[in-house]
Every structure is written in C-alpha cells, then in structure tokens.
Ligand binder design. Structure first.
Ligand code: SAM
Ligand code: SF4
Ligand code: F3S
Length: 454
C-alpha cells in the first residue's frame, strides 16, 4: 500500500485532520496521488452536519466502488464525522467500504489499513480518547507555507439542539498549552507568519497547568509572545462565552487580528431558545456593540440557519433585522437539515423545503446587498495584506484577469484580497491599494511592503 488518494469534506477541523492524516501516511512511506484510479487506498474524510453533505459522500462511494471491479483493490475507507455518526451501520449503508475510523483514530490509520489486509475483515475504529489525539509528536502536510491552523481543543459540550457534532466528536477536551505553543514555535521557525487557533468553541479553552489555569485569553497572550508569528486568528467563538477579558486581549494585541467569527444562528429569541444557544438576540447585539467599540474596524462573520422547525415569518423577519443591525462581513448561511438523534429532530413544525429555500434566498440577497455596500467603501483605500501565494482566480469563476502576476492574501479583517505586484510577495506584508470590490473579494495593486523588525 504505497499510494493513497484523500478527499476531504466539512469544516476547518476536518481539513486540519486531513493535514494530520497526510502527515501520518507520509511518515509511513505513503504518497498522495491525484487520481483515485491510481490509488491503492482511497480515503474520504467526511462530514455529517447536514444530510446533503452525507449524500455527496454516499454517491462518491457508489462511483468509487466501480474501480474495484470485483477486486479487493483499491481499498476504500471513510474517516471523520460520518464514521462516528453511523457507527457499524455505515457498512450496511455503503457496502463497498473496507474500513471506517473516527476523528480520534486518525493516527492509527496505517494499522487500520494493515489490519484490513491481514484479516480480510472490515475495520471500524470510532472510540474517543480523553487525551487530545494530537498531543504527541506530529507531522503535517500543510498546503501553505505562510498560514497554518493549530488545533487547540477537540469535541463540543454545547449540545445545540440541531447539531450532531457533540456526538460525532465527543465531549470537549483542551489540548495542553505547552503542546500548542511548541507547535506554534515550530511553525514560526519554519517561516509561517500567521496561525489560526481552531476548535468548535475556542472561548471555552481551559487547561490546568502546573502554574495554574490557562483560559483562552491567557493562551492568546502566550501565542502573542512567539517571535516570528505576526498574525493570530481563532475560530469558532460561541457568543455565550465571549468575555470582556477576551475583548480586551484582542484590543491590547498588535498580532491578534481585528476579526471574529461569531455564529448567531437566528435573530429570534424563541428559536435561539429552542436551539439551546443560551443567549438572546439582545445579548448577542450587546456583545457585538462591545466588540465594535473596543476594537476599531473589527470585522464580524457569522453562521446563520433558516428554516428551523416551527420558524415563523415573524421569527425569520427578526433574523433579517439582526442582519441589518450587525452588517456581517461574511456569512455562512444554511438551511436547517434534520439530523437523526438530535433533539430538534423530534420538534414539531418541520418546514417544507420550498419555504426554507425561499427564506435562504431572501437572507442571502440581503447579505449580498449589505456586503456590497460595505466592501465598496474599501475602494480607494489601502489595506495591509499578508500574501499567501499566486492568484489564479477562484476555481470555476473564470476570473483570471490578473494573469500570471496575480497574487492573493487576506487583510487583518480577513477580507480576501487579490492584487498585482511586480514580484512574488508570498509570506510578505503588502500595502494594497484597493481598486475594485465584490461581495467576496477586494482587488487592487501592491504599493509597498512592510519590513518586519528582526
Ligand atoms: N461550533 C461552531 C459554533 O456553533 O459556533 C459551529 C460548528 S458547526 C459544525 C458549523 C455550522 O453548521 C453551525 O454554526 C450551524 O450554523 C451549521 N449547522 C449545524 N448543524 C446544522 C443542521 N442540522 N442543519 C443546518 N446547519 C447546521
Ligand atoms: Fe454544534 Fe453548537 Fe457545538 Fe457548534 S457549539 S459544534 S453548533 S453543538
Ligand atoms: Fe466538522 Fe462536519 Fe464534523 S462540520 S465537526 S466535519 S460534522
């Protein structure tokens, strides 16, 4: 088993797990191949958050099974949240699978593959350990040389009534601050300039060290001291756990970016209560107000769900009103998807797909109008961008107007910025004069570069 092909679905955490998986496989002498047809083993790292995400995986397994053509090869394995969601039933639902493993088992992947070959039996490894799975020596295959995700905790204890994640990823466990800091220091030595600390709810990070308790703000302050790392981001933040101490920590640091992902889910208090989100829309708005007054120019992105069971026209209107008040800088908008085993599955008043789709379109056009207005204000201004590499247009967009000179990066406020420069600026902080804006991107021309202190 030398060649593997890996396909990743789902959130940042899953993508981060795929980077770790690639590291584990590379340490075992395996290499990634572009085409599934050329692989000895195909691995799908999957997501269960919405039914649509799962359906994509099932149809992909259907297509891949034809490659076996009566043979045992290629092996097909399923990792991530679908493994822990479906458990042993996954083999009935997708008989072509040879093995399935949960998010905590990825370091055992080479053994799981070997066991499948040695025993000829399908393998299932879906346990959760108390200890964070990545607390040992790590190898990663990271797609960037400039910016990296660093996992700081796993699992989730929030039990939002619609969500499978507490079941698929287990309860919350924080990773040791020492282990996090040594990963960040290692990244700095390799020349990375930006880290994003990730977890389902980073605000509830909590580590008991020999010297005392380390909360999320104290962890941020430690990461802030790592020489060479110039930008720090984090996600996701649960609004109920956003403290004044965290706001002060962001505003007091030059490195922590003025940008926060703060999922609101709904603007209706009745729906928020049914979702078990533990804050009201007024409390959310109050926290947004505190963020905006303490941190100049802070950008706020969010997750929003429409079509939650029993959502009325009035509940939906309250969501639109909240959107108008906050004017989010980025929006991840979802139609509620009924998930087996969650409390919301049993709620009355599941809406028709048609109504949910209509609300999705209304909310999406409102966001588009608001964000176009907001981004247009950048035209003529200069923003500092950390260049991440060459820009060839977003896939499928046909946007190649910058030709070979195009580069891309993000602003401190997490705007995607495409720009032209006269040389490769990867890993550098560039001043970009914004010439043009759209709902998703700013575009401009590099003027000069910020020279970093040694
Ligand atoms: N932990 C993060 C938080 O709550 O802040 C979010 C992680 S969750 C995997 C990403 C987003 O998926 C959620 O914020 C929610 O909007 C959406 N989501 C979760 N369950 C869903 C469901 N059953 N149907 C539709 N969207 C869902
Ligand atoms: Fe799911 Fe809620 Fe946890 Fe986010 S906070 S992962 S939405 S249970
Ligand atoms: Fe992420 Fe999907 Fe699991 S959103 S945590 S991969 S269910």
């Amino acid at each position: 088993m030398k060649r593997y092909h890996l396909v990743t679905f789902g959130c940042q955490m899953n993508k981060y797990d795929s980077q770790r998986m690639e590291g584990v496989l590379a340490s075992n002498g395996m290499r990634q191949v572009e085409e599934a047809e050329n692989a000895d083993v195909i691995i799908l790292n999957t997501c269960s958050v919405r039914e649509k995400a799962e359906n994509k995986v099932f149809s992909m397994i259907g297509r891949l099974s034809s490659l076996k053509n009566g043979n045992t090869k290629p092996l097909i394995g399923l990792g991530g949240c679908m493994a822990t969601f479906w458990k042993e039933n996954i083999f009935q639902r997708a008989p072509a699978l040879d093995f399935a493993f949960g998010p905590d088992a990825l370091e055992r992947l080479p053994c799981i593959i070997n066991e499948r070959i040695a025993t000829g039996k399908k393998q299932l490894d879906i346990g959760f350990g108390k200890k964070p799975a990545w607390d040992g020596p790590e190898s990663f295959v990271r797609p960037s040389t400039v910016t990296a995700w660093v996992g700081i905790m796993k699992g989730c204890d929030n039990h939002c009534s619609y969500c499978v994640v507490p079941g698929t990823r287990g309860s919350e466990v924080s990773r040791s601050a020492d282990s996090i800091l040594s990963e960040v220091e290692e990244l700095a030595k390799k020349g990375f300039k930006e880290v994003t600390l990730i977890g389902q709810n980073v605000n509830s990070y909590d580590w008991q060290s020999a010297g005392g308790r380390i909360s999320f703000p104290s962890l941020l302050k430690k990461v802030d001291k790592v020489t060479g790392i110039e930008r720090i981001r984090f996600m996701s933040s649960h609004p109920k756990d956003l403290t004044d101490e965290l706001i002060e920590t962001i505003s007091g640091s030059k490195k922590i970016c003025s940008s926060i992902h703060l999922p609101v889910q709904s603007g209706s208090d009745r729906i928020l209560k049914m979702m078990n989100r533990k804050y009201s829309s007024a409390e959310y708005l109050e926290k947004v107000g505190r963020l905006k007054s303490a941190i100049e120019g802070i950008t706020i992105s969010t997750d929003l769900m429409v079509g939650f069971p029993s959502e009325t026209e009035d509940d939906f209107k309250q969501t639109l009103e909240l959107m108008e008040k906050v004017r989010f800088d980025a929006l991840y908008l979802f139609i509620y998807s009924k998930r087996g085993g969650t409390p919301a599955e049993k709620y009355d008043g599941h809406l028709s797909r048609g109504i949910a789709q209509e609300r999705f379109e209304i909310a999406y056009s409102l966001h588009k109008r608001l964000i176009l207005e907001k981004n247009a204000k950048f035209v003529g201004r200069t923003v500092e961008v950390l260049c991440e590499g060459q820009y060839n247009g977003s896939p499928g967009s046909g946007d190649d107007s910058f030709g070979v000179n195009g580069q891309f990066g993000r602003s401190d406020g997490n705007h995607d910025v495409a720009f032209v420069a006269d040389r490769d600026m990867t890993g550098r902080f560039v001043q970009v004069e914004i010439a043009d804006s759209s709902a998703f991107k700013l575009r401009g021309i590099a003027s000069n570069e910020r020279v970093l202190d040694e």
